[in-house]
Design a protein around this ligand. Structure first.
Ligand code: ADP
Ligand code: ZN
Length: 446
């Protein structure tokens, strides 16, 4: 088997020993250098010596996004700002951006975990990498870029957007690997289809897709349209950026967390208590090696589970499931919790619609209403209408009425909510233009 770094297959006892050693140094490091952590320890009645092993982590309080905001921009640095060589910020999907800083050594780790992630996804030195993650403050572009260079790939720094140019570059340069958001991979797939370029004429083989939640429905869509084997890449700026975990192309069943650098826990969203393997909860990370802005027990708000089951690829690092959503993405509708990815999973089983959808929540008086806009498959659309999907067409057509009832029934059966279904013509639900796509709109909050 080919791995970038032998550490990916380190036996778990050795990995644990390494994590414990690193954690002890890290705790001493932040206690000495970061007033915020000295206070945190003080308030919890703890001394650095009380944390001897990752098993002691639950004694420590969580660090939250709010703590980063309160110390905006440089208040949590463990080194003088002058010793940092780069600044990134979260894309600000939920509120004000959070700022993160890197020392030279932090950037070295970033490139290393990205290089591992690329190999894990199928990339090899010498391959061409089309990097369609946004360059700039967002960690995606530069993070993937330096990882690709580190691995010895030829990196094309396209960044996001300008879809026609992306298509031309892919056709001309013939990259084997692409990095972008899953929704943007869908956009590219559709464009190729429109141009009459078939999947076997597209040079791409592997895709690292991340930065937003996605499910097997979208995987099937992009794999088919682009002729690739896509894998999930996960990360967040507070921890390092993309390359915190990566799904292996062999199993495509959960993403290996590079836990020699980032120690993961899953905790109950309400009580904060640790949860066992397989149980869904909030993902929490502790830095083991960061220099500029190390965080202990950082509460990501991302919902997933962990599994320590051995993986067929031979890597020993723990796997995390797909992200169901962020806890702040969760819609509470008439007392029922709803993530857009749950809708996506149900729609996947309905052959007459495609995985382009939007979930819209409104409030009429005191009652919450959910509308799901979902696109018809091209074939069905041609049969029933061809040109326009007017209200008259929708109402008059028995096939469409039945389809709507079926979707409604499936959603109610699986998610316990009655939703209004609006069937849309192909291409009419908003697409990604390069960045993260929000598939839900909560009008109650506007
Ligand atoms: P922002 O929080 O402003 O979006 P980031 O660029 O740091 O800023 O984004 C990190 C977040 O993006 C993660 O916390 C997670 O919610 C989401 N994310 C990243 N990768 C994935 C992925 N593979 N699947 C689902 N969500 C992801
Ligand atoms: Zn694996």
């Amino acid at each position: 088997m080919y791995v970038y770094n032998e550490i990916e297959t380190l036996p778990r006892e050795k990995l644990r020993k390494l994590q414990d050693e690193r954690l002890r140094s890290m705790v001493a490091y932040v206690y000495e250098r970061v007033p915020f952590y000295r206070d945190t320890f003080g308030r919890a009645g703890l001394k650095p010596d009380d944390i001897r092993s990752v098993e002691d982590l639950p004694k420590l309080p969580f660090t939250r996004k709010q703590d980063l905001k309160e110390h905006y921009p440089f208040g949590l640095l463990a080194v003088p700002r002058e010793q940092t060589v780069r600044i990134h910020a979260s894309s600000g999907t939920t509120g004000k951006a959070t700022v993160v800083c890197y020392t030279r050594n932090d950037l070295d780790i970033f490139s290393e975990v990205m290089a591992r992630s690329l190999v894990t996804a199928g990339a090899r030195p010498g391959m061409l990498l089309h990097n369609a993650y946004g360059y700039g403050l967002f960690t995606g572009g530069l993070g993937v870029h330096y990882g690709g260079e580190r691995l010895g790939m030829t990196v094309v720094p396209v960044s996001g957007g300008m879809t026609q140019r992306q298509i031309t570059l892919i056709l001309d340069f013939k990259p084997e690997v692409i990095c972008c958001t899953p929704s943007y991979a869908q956009t590219l797939g559709e464009e190729f289809k429109k141009l009459g370029v078939s999947p076997d004429e597209i040079s791409l083989k592997y895709a690292l897709l991340g930065a937003e939640p996605w499910t097997e429905a979208i995987r099937a869509d992009v794999d088919e349209k682009l002729g690739i084997r896509s894998t999930n890449i996960y990360g967040l700026s507070e921890i390092i950026g993309p390359g915190v975990s990566q799904e292996c192309v062999e199993a495509r069943s959960g993403s290996h967390v590079w836990e020699d650098h980032f120690y993961p826990e899953i905790v109950d969203p309400d009580s904060g208590e640790p949860l066992p393997d397989g149980k869904e909860g909030v993902l929490v990370f502790t830095h083991l090696t960061r220099e500029a802005m190390p965080l202990l027990r950082y509460w990501t708000s991302d919902i997933t589970y962990l599994t320590h089951e051995p993986c067929e690829c031979g890597r020993t690092h723990v796997r995390m499931g797909p992200i169901r959503g962020r806890s702040d993405d969760m819609l509470i509708v008439r007392g029922v919790n709803l993530y857009p990815t749950q809708v996506e999973e149900v729609l996947k089983r309905i052959p007459d619609v495609v995985p382009h959808y939007q979930v819209i929540v409104t409030r009429e008086g005191t009652l919450d209403e959910v509308e799901v806009k979902v696109e018809l498959a091209e074939t069905v659309f041609q049969q029933v209408s061809g040109e326009m999907l007017t209200d008259e067409v929708l109402e008059a057509n028995e096939q469409l009425r039945a389809l709507r009832r079926k979707i409604q029934h499936e959603l109610r059966g699986n998610l316990g909510l009655n939703m209004k279904i609006t069937l849309m013509a192909p291409g009419t639900v908003p697409r990604s233009e390069g960045g993260k796509l929000r598939r839900s709109v909560d009008m109650r909050k506007l």
